[in-house]
Design a protein around this ligand. Structure first.
Ligand SMILES: *[C@@H]1O[C@H](CO)[C@@H](O)[C@H](O)[C@H]1NC(C)=O
Ligand SMILES: *[C@@H]1O[C@H](CO)[C@@H](O)[C@H](O)[C@H]1NC(C)=O
Ligand SMILES: *[C@@H]1O[C@H](CO)[C@@H](O)[C@H](O)[C@H]1NC(C)=O
Ligand SMILES: *[C@@H]1O[C@H](CO)[C@@H](O)[C@H](O)[C@H]1NC(C)=O
Length: 504
């Protein structure tokens, strides 16, 4: 009896963790910081600093795409984490990011000569405008927990030639090596991974040109072009299913709406990859880049010329909300005329149909199959996006981050914050008070409100979702997926199910 009780306790503690049971290679750095000691020749550091002097005006005039990158091959990087240490003798260290290049704290992309936590490509993102330090991390975690093929996140401190350069979100990156490490295909050269980086991809037939082949050695666009043309001709979701894993795409769409991202498919049309899976020849979408979420950077002028919702819905019934207008960085009310169809001035209240910009493929796969999408939304709410699950996860991250945010907010003897190397860039303040305030007033507010909106839109009883969520056992995406009728995990569920019955 006693051992049975112990077993229950074990199960509950294991499953009460937001990310447990997901088989992430980053599990060992969850709620831990990785210290990265980078060594570059002094002249290269000077060059790096010179290249990163970028003004907001340069970026606004379209300079983000043409911005010169600093890049150095041969960096020595010592990683220390969790009592462990590993040295990388020949790493490529470069600057990264797009519009965020105008910020004072720079972003970096690192390519290692051998694997670190199962990955060779990692990104360090300062997201200096994200005072909560949570946006990128939480979104990666949510996608992991939904069971999507997805990147992972934790935190790192960067030391450049011994100088402390601050706190960063550490993420892996979808590159050909990532595909090899996750999908583990038999082909040695990955030729069908495409990256949609610059915006404007929407599955209309010409929009394939907005993306690029992620393998520099095989720049061919042919496979992707054919895929996009094929999909653009489809009249039903079943037809789309022949070419693409629609389930994954729908989950990402629901996720994108719930986290309030205008920086993925439904609005800007970028920050994702497409990979043609070897096992069944179907294409899979994988998102990245999550700093513009949970209300950050949201402006109503994204919808200024949208027109009526393509599903015929006239308005979100939750509009008429007053009092929160203007909270999103004073950006509300731009663009005039966006009040058509009573979409309202607070995008957090938008239904999915209000949110997306009437993209044809969404009509085919979402509105012609409303029940299916409703189930997808329910899955996302139950598995990952609800206040009950997220608030306790956020609390843990919050407590873990306090000392690191404090350190990142402490100026050096010249009054400069760590790693704010772009002296021409936008100066962004940092403090523990702003960090905590952003978590409460933006992140938690967004999650609570969006959860309510989603439940109202789809007629879900919030407590029913929360109850189902407590019993939900998260599963990682099955990268070896090959057939839609896989029953591999069934015995496992059958074993655990009676235990949960007893427990609740
Ligand atoms: C866990 O991930 C590793 C690769 O990181 C993979 O080989 C293994 O099959 C996965 N296990 C499960 C249960 O998904
Ligand atoms: C496009 O459709 C054709 C005809 O059904 C098929 O042979 C081809 O494999 C498809 N291409 C892609 C990239 O899915
Ligand atoms: C909107 O509200 C009306 C009445 O208040 C209701 O009949 C209708 O079903 C609602 N529509 C949606 C999409 O919730
Ligand atoms: C959720 O669970 C609680 C506690 O077990 C129960 O009282 C409540 O009726 C449930 N609510 C729904 C909507 O299922």
């Amino acid at each position: 009896m006693k051992s049975l009780l112990l077993f229950f306790l074990l199960i509950t503690t294991v499953f009460s963790e937001y990310l447990s049971g997901l088989n992430r290679t980053f599990d060992e750095i969850e709620l831990k910081v990785v210290d990265l000691y980078v060594t570059l020749p002094e002249a290269e550091v000077n060059n790096l600093i010179k290249i990163t002097q970028i003004t907001e005006a340069t970026i606004k005039s379209g300079g983000a795409r043409n911005a010169k990158d600093f890049e150095y091959e041969g960096a020595v990087i010592v990683a220390k984490w969790n009592g462990q240490e590993k040295t990388f003798e020949n790493a490529k260290f470069k600057t990264g990011g797009m519009y965020a290049r105008a910020n004072d704290k720079a972003a970096f992309n690192i390519k290692l000569d051998k694997k670190f936590l199962g990955r060779k490509n990692i990104r360090l993102r300062p997201d200096p405008k994200d005072k909560s330090h949570l946006r990128s991390k939480l979104c990666c975690d949510i996608a992991n927990r939904i069971g999507l093929p997805s990147i992972q996140a934790s935190y790192a401190r960067l030391y450049m030639n011994g100088e402390f350069w601050g706190l960063y979100t550490l993420m892996d990156a979808v590159k050909t090596s990532w595909i090899r490490q996750t999908f583990n295909p038999s082909e040695t050269e990955i030729k069908t991974l495409y990256q949609c980086k610059n915006g404007g991809f929407n599955f209309k037939s010409g929009s394939y040109s907005k993306c690029v082949n992620a393998n520099d050695d095989y720049p061919s666009m042919d496979a992707f072009k054919k895929f996009v043309e094929n999909v653009s001709k489809c009249k039903t979701s079943e037809e789309v299913e022949r070419f693409m894993d629609v389930d994954i795409f729908l989950k990402y769409l629901a996720f994108e709406w719930l986290i309030g991202s205008f920086d993925h498919f439904t609005i800007y049309g970028h920050n994702f990859n497409f990979y043609k899976r070897e096992t069944d020849g179907k294409w899979v979408i994988i998102y990245y880049d999550y700093d513009n979420t949970f209300g950050h950077g949201l402006k109503t002028n994204y919808w200024a010329s949208k027109g009526p919702n393509q599903d015929g819905s006239n308005s979100n019934n939750n509009t008429g909300n007053n009092g929160r207008g203007g909270m999103w960085g004073g950006n509300m009310g731009f663009g005039g005329g966006n009040n058509n169809n009573n979409r309202g001035n607070d995008p957090i209240q938008y239904s999915f149909a209000d949110w997306e910009l009437n993209i044809p493929i969404i009509k085919t796969i979402v509105y012609q199959n409303k029940d299916r999408f409703k189930e997808i939304v329910r899955h996302v709410l139950v598995s990952a996006f609800n206040p009950d699950l997220l608030n306790s996860h956020i609390e843990k991250l919050h407590n873990f981050l306090i000392p690191y945010v404090e350190e990142d907010s402490t100026p050096d003897k010249n009054g400069i914050l760590p790693g704010r190397i772009n002296r021409k860039g936008i100066k962004i303040t940092s403090s523990v008070a702003e960090f905590e305030n952003d978590i409460e007033t933006s992140i938690k507010y967004w999650i609570n409100t969006k959860f309510e909106v989603a439940c109202k839109n789809y007629d879900f009883e919030p407590n029913d979702i929360i109850n189902a969520s407590k019993e939900y056992i998260p599963k990682p995406y099955d990268y070896s997926y090959s057939s839609p009728k896989s029953t591999k995990t069934l015995p496992y569920i059958l074993v655990l199910f009676p235990l949960f019955q007893l427990q609740y």
